[in-house]
Design a protein around this ligand. Structure first.
Ligand code: BGC
Length: 944
């Protein structure tokens, strides 16, 4: 196996205590210096105990530059010293250290030197990093400078202006000098501050050396492995530990440190959910400015003007007084406050060393933060939460507040109260709040749609810890949500918290047996793929009444509306990973047929026209205009009336579902009704010409052009819809007269054919539009000015997203490679990828025609779209359509999977050229009730 991504390339060693035995000399020098200081200083008249060269040295000083060490020592002791005095202490310690060094000489750890030599024989690079100003001199004096490719010591630190550990700057600078990515580096440290620095720098493996009494601190700081010494720890053990760590990390998403500017983005990324509800990942004590929302699938209310549409800058004014127009942000259920000596700990002022870890395998979000009071009292708060995957009305939370250097007992108070309901949750009216010992409930009602929501919580306490069971019900589920929520908690009263958690994690583990995709040697790719599968699963319920909005249940963008994203981009994932869930999502379209019928009538047609943007009842909730917050300018939106291809997209998905599952009951029941009603819509929507039928005045997938005629994509999809409806009617022997007409229309519907260059015209007249010079930097950014210029953009050859190129994705066998290539080469340069759905489609198509570089680039862009916040709007929710499309680009594009009667097969020739550095890809796909394990060899394996 090639192990490009799982073998370490370099190791960075801390010096004192890891390479050289100077840590003891440092501790002794500090003791001599600080004891003299302590003798001269009393605290509030009380004599000070002498410096503890073990515990205090490790807790406050070890690993830090001298000045910082003094500062944290004084803080922990509750003492102060004038700045000049601190400086002279630092100088004194230096003098004492030099004296001790001369007296005792420099000893090294032979075990460490043996490992360093072995590493170098294995072509690994090595560096040494120390906050000591004597670092380089010591290496030379010990005669070991030649063992390192790079060295950074306290002098360099000062010269480069780098902060000391626990900041990651020194290690990152060393990685830079070695020319390696941190993820490929190993950190070997004996100080907790150094371990923290290694973690913050996202190094591939952080080893803590505990030479006595420091293991707990090293573990808490995040060491992946703790060893008493490097004796016997050779290259094989190192590589194995590195590989295991990479494997484990590929199941986690981690955030280190707090950044107020990115907090809302993090809250989206780390969301939890279970198909019934989703909760953003605000901290249990939410940071100021956090968007601590919970969303419940299907809970919509009348539009509130002030809430954003798809971007913070866009507002969609209240429209048509529709009662179910906007997904309701519901108050955060995990709110807790922690107080020390009656003072609440506040994330923004006292929080530090903050860390979030999303365990994708278990579906559990972990968070921790250390609160340090002005007096230097440190309290570690560690929390866990999940939305049970087996009991969808249940949320679990636990929280531990552990004093680190004091004896005060922190108090933990959970609360369902939202401090500012009107500002943060304008859809809701508070109906009731009630409390009982260790229990609490709150009832809200949505203002217009009058849905009642009850959240109830029950707390279990033990020393410094609290466990909470939270139940959520709405009047969509039951007549009396309060009775249901309280009853639910009651029924769980004797259940063990850990057992409830275990059944949840078991359900996630079961999901992963179906959904996981292995790319050996590329844990970063596996991690991102898992992140996508996790997010695709979160909002997908199985009630048959709700579907998935463009951003799921992770944010406010698109107001929770359901688009074609679900059927065309997300559904294939569910179809081949969890077919019953795909069925349930399609049942939503059956459930909302009446709304679609009504929309057809609004458009002067018959049958059912699915709304471009739909909520729980299928009514058309697409905004008619967008208001720009900054300028107040209003931009018309035509998609609500014209982007009718969504109707055929639903029919297409019904068909694909049946093909993939053979679920006759669905096809002849709900499926038939959808196919017939949508065919009736097209029957009434087309214009009959002398030779052909046409579909006029539409918006295709490319939303930069409105009012166009015969959009190739729309017409192709409508034809498919009509053909399948006619076929099914004939098979079943019903609606035969109509079926004849559907068939006739399908045959005469004008569907643009490739021109002599093989290019299909996107719509009538597209080729004659003005050319448009698309500046390179505008691609993927979709500048706002596009929208200001909506009328001009309508007249030029500029495309928002894959339009014609959608066809070979959905109908791979209908086009030759040459035709696909001609269209890719024509349309790709005209596309600015203003939609996140566009790059993954381009990846799939480029892969199909062997444009390896394009395929890789577009695919990687899509894979890391939200993790890198590429569109700068992840704070409003995850891009689920793009995640589903990325899955398709891998499976259908890069791997070239096609389904034949016998099951899935892969066009291995395609794969072999498309994944430089990949050995293989392994996954499981469900097809017609059977699971097929697929292992596709990549370029590496085929070449070897
Ligand atoms: C895209 C649509 C998509 C919608 C929701 C728009 O920007 O153009 O294709 O359905 O976003 O994701």
């Amino acid at each position: 196996m090639n192990s490009t991504g799982t073998a370490p390339k370099a190791a960075i060693f801390d010096m004192d205590g890891v390479v050289t035995r100077t840590a003891r000399l440092h501790a002794a020098a500090w003791k001599e210096t600080l004891d003299a200081f302590l003798r001269d200083h009393t605290r509030e008249g009380t004599p000070q105990p002498p410096f503890d060269e073990h515990a205090e040295y490790l807790a406050c000083i070890d690993g830090k530059p001298r000045e910082e060490g003094i500062r944290s020592f004084l803080l922990a002791r509750g003492m102060t010293a004038a700045p000049g005095e601190q400086e002279s202490l630092a100088q004194r310690k230096d003098l004492v250290f030099t004296r001790l060094l001369r007296k005792h000489g420099i000893e090294t750890y032979s075990s460490t030197l043996a490992l360093i030599k072995a590493m170098r024989e294995h072509a690994m690079k090595t560096a040494v990093v120390t906050s000591s100003r004597h670092g380089r001199a010591i290496l030379h004096a010990a005669g070991i400078a030649g063992l390192f490719d790079a060295c950074l010591d306290g002098m360099d630190l000062a010269q480069l202006g780098l902060p000391g550990k626990p900041d990651a700057a020194m290690f990152l600078a060393a990685a830079d000098l070695l020319g390696i990515a941190p993820a490929l580096g190993v950190i070997i440290e004996d100080a907790a501050a150094g371990v923290t620095a290694g973690r913050r720098g996202c190094f591939g493996l952080v080893i803590g050396i505990d030479r006595g009494g420091n293991a707990q601190a090293l573990r808490r700081a995040g060491a992946d492995l703790i060893l008493p010494d490097l004796d016997g720890f050779g290259i094989n053990a190192l590589e194995e530990a590195f590989r295991q760590q990479a494997e484990a990390r590929a199941w986690r998403i981690e955030q280190e440190g707090f950044d107020a500017g990115r907090e809302r983005q993090m809250e989206s990324l780390f969301s939890i959910g279970n198909g019934y509800l989703g909760v953003r990942a605000a901290f249990d004590c939410p940071a100021p400015g956090s968007q601590a929302d919970m969303f419940i699938a299907g809970v919509y209310d009348r539009k509130q003007d002030a809430l954003p549409y798809s971007e913070i800058e866009f507002l969609s004014p209240n429209r048509d007084a529709l009662l179910h127009a906007e997904l309701v942000p519901i108050p955060f259920p995990f709110r807790v406050s922690v107080a020390l000596a009656n003072t609440a700990l506040d994330l923004s002022s006292s929080g530090r060393d903050l860390r979030r870890v999303l365990d994708l395998h278990a579906g559990v979000l972990h968070a921790e933060v250390v609160h340090e009071t002005p007096e230097g009292r440190c309290t570690l708060i560690r929390t866990r939460r999940c939305a049970s995957l087996v009991d969808i009305h249940l949320l679990l939370q636990d929280i531990v507040a552990a004093p680190q250097n004091h004896a005060l007992a922190p108090s933990i108070s959970p609360s369902l109260e939202e401090p500012d309901l009107a500002a943060h949750h304008p859809h809701l009216v508070l109906v009731e709040r009630g409390t009982a010992p260790d229990a609490e409930w709150v009832r809200y009602r949505t203002r217009a749609s009058e849905i009642e929501i009850c959240i109830a919580s029950q707390s279990r306490r033990s020393e410094h810890a609290l466990q909470r069971l939270i139940a959520v019900y709405t009047s969509r589920d039951t007549e009396d949500p309060k009775a249901a929520a309280l009853g639910h908690l009651q029924s769980l009263a004797t259940c063990d918290f850990d057992m409830l958690l275990a059944s949840h994690t078991k359900a996630w583990a079961e999901f992963w047996t179906r959904a996981d995709i292995r790319v050996p040697g590329h844990p970063d790719v596996e991690q991102a793929l898992r992140f996508h599968s996790y997010h695709l699963r979160l909002p997908a319920g199985d009630d048959g009444r709700t579907s998935v909005g463009a951003r799921g249940l992770t944010g406010r963008a698109y107001e929770g509306h359901v688009f074609w994203d679900t059927e065309i981009f997300m559904l294939p994932f569910h179809l081949h990973v969890d077919p019953p869930r795909a069925r349930s999502l399609l049942l939503y379209r059956h459930h909302t047929l009446d709304g679609a019928r009504r929309h057809a009538v609004e458009l002067g047609c018959r049958g059912a026209c699915y709304a471009w943007e739909s909520t729980d009842n299928g009514r058309n909730v697409t905004p008619k205009s967008i208001l720009l917050r900054s300028s107040g300018k209003e931009i018309p939106i035509f998609t609500g009336e014209q982007q009718i291809h969504v109707t055929a997209d639903v029919a297409y998905a019904v068909w694909r579902y049946w093909e993939a599952t053979g679920d006759e009951e669905f096809l002849t029941g709900a499926g038939a009704e959808i196919l017939y009603e949508t065919a009736r819509f097209w029957q009434s929507r087309i214009s009959r010409g002398a030779r052909h039928c046409h579909i006029r005045g539409v918006v295709g997938p490319d939303e930069y052009h409105y009012g166009v005629n015969d959009n190739a994509y729309t017409n192709w999809m409508a034809r498919f819809n009509l053909e399948r409806a006619a076929w099914l009617a004939r098979e079943r022997g019903d609606n035969l007269a109509e079926a004849e007409d559907w068939k006739g229309i399908a045959q005469s519907l004008y569907v643009p054919a490739p021109n002599e260059a093989g290019v299909i015209e996107q719509f009538e007249g597209f080729f004659a539009l003005e050319d448009y010079a698309l500046p390179g930097e505008d691609r993927f950014k979709a500048p706002l000015s596009r929208l200001f210029d909506w009328d001009r953009i309508n007249r030029v050859k500029l495309i928002k997203q894959a339009d014609v190129l959608m066809l070979p994705l959905l109908f791979p066998d209908a086009f030759t490679d040459a035709e696909v290539a001609a269209n890719y080469r024509y349309y790709e340069p005209l596309t600015d990828h203003g939609s996140s759905l566009s790059p993954p489609v381009h990846a799939a198509i480029a892969a199909r025609i062997g444009l390896a570089e394009d395929a890789q680039r577009y695919w990687r862009q899509s894979l890391w779209l939200d993790l890198s916040n590429a569109m700068n709007n992840s704070m409003l929710g995850m891009h689920l359509g793009a995640m589903g499309a990325t899955w398709q680009a891998l499976v259908f594009g890069l791997l070239g999977v096609r389904f034949r009667d016998a099951g899935p097969t892969s066009a291995q020739n395609t794969a072999s050229h498309l994944m430089p550095g990949w050995d293989s890809v392994a996954l499981r796909l469900c097809w017609r009730g059977r699971w097929h394990a697929l292992r596709v060899p990549g370029a590496n394996e085929l070449e070897s």
